[in-house]
Design a protein around this ligand. Structure first.
Ligand code: GAR
Length: 217
C-alpha cells in the first residue's frame, strides 16, 4: 500500500497531532506522519512527538519579523525536506498568506472547533454558547485564503448544553476532533476526496459517514 506522507503543523499541546499519530499506528492506516512542525519552540506537542520518534522542526515566526513569506518559505522547505504530500494544520495559530495556501492548494487541511461556516476565528466554543446555539462541533476542511473557509471534508456535531462553559464545550468538541481528523486524512490518503465547485465528494462514502453525530448524553 502506498503511504501518504503527512506534515502536521502545530502551535501548542498538539492533541490533534497526537490523534493523527495514533491513527497512523493502526494496521492498514494509509498515512504516515513524516514530521511535526511548530512555529513556537515551546509547543508541548513537540516534546510528545520527539518521544514518539517523529522528526520535529521549529520554524519560529519571530525569527522572520514582518516577513510572512520568508517564514512560509522556510515552512515550505521543511515540509518538502520530509517529502510530505499533505499538510495538516492542527491548532496552528498563524494565518497563512495566499502564497502558501495556493502553493499547497487541495493538499492543505485544517481542523476547526465549530460547524463551519458558523463561528470563525478564536474562542469559537464561547461564541457558540454566547449565541445560544443548540449544536456545535468541529470541521475538517481544505484551506483557502479566507480564514476558516474551504471545502468541508467531514464534520462532527455535538450538543451545546445549557450549563456548558467554554471549557466543557471545548472538551466535548475536542473528543470529536480526535475522531474526525484521522478519518479525513484516511479518505485523502485513499484518494477518495474529490472537490467539485468547492464542495467535497467522498467516493464510496458510507461507514463512517462525513457527518458524525454522536448521541446526546
Ligand atoms: C483545537 O481545538 C483546534 O480545533 C483549534 O485549536 C485547538 C488545538 O488543540 N484550532 C483552531 O481554533 C484553528 N482555528 P490541540 O493543539 O490540542 O490540537
Amino acid at each position: 500500500m502506498a503511504m501518504l506522507n503527512v506534515a502536521v503543523l502545530i502551535s501548542g499541546r498538539g492533541s490533534n497531532m497526537q490523534a493523527l499519530v495514533r491513527a497512523s499506528h493502526e494496521p492498514d492506516y494509509p498515512a504516515k506522519i513524516a514530521c511535526v512542525i511548530s512555529n513556537d519552540p515551546t509547543a508541548g506537542g513537540l516534546v510528545w512527538a520527539q518521544k514518539e520518534g517523529i522528526p520535529t522542526a521549529v520554524v519560529n515566526h519571530k525569527d522572520y519579523g514582518s516577513d510572512r513569506e520568508g517564514f512560509e518559505a522556510a515552512l515550505d522547505a521543511v515540509i518538502k525536506k520530509h517529502d510530505a504530500q499533505l499538510v495538516c494544520l492542527a491548532g496552528f495559530m498563524r494565518i497563512l498568506t495566499p502564497w502558501f495556501v495556493d502553493a499547497w492548494r487541495d493538499r492543505l487541511i485544517n481542523i476547526h472547533p465549530s460547524l463551519l461556516p458558523a463561528f470563525t476565528g478564536l474562542h469559537v466554543q464561547q461564541k457558540a454558547i454566547d449565541y445560544g446555539a443548540k449544536v456545535s462541533g468541529c470541521t475538517v476542511h481544505f484551506v483557502r485564503a479566507e480564514m476558516d473557509h474551504g471545502p468541508i471534508i467531514v464534520q462532527a456535531a455535538v450538543p451545546v448544553m445549557a450549563d456548558d462553559t467554554e471549557l466543557s464545550l471545548s472538551e466535548r468538541i475536542l473528543e470529536q476532533e480526535h475522531n474526525v481528523y484521522p478519518i479525513a486524512v484516511r479518505w485523502i490518503a485513499e484518494g477518495r476526496v474529490n472537490i467539485h465547485s468547492e464542495k467535497c465528494f467522498i467516493l464510496g462514502e458510507g461507514e463512517p459517514p462525513s457527518l458524525i453525530c454522536p448521541m446526546i448524553r
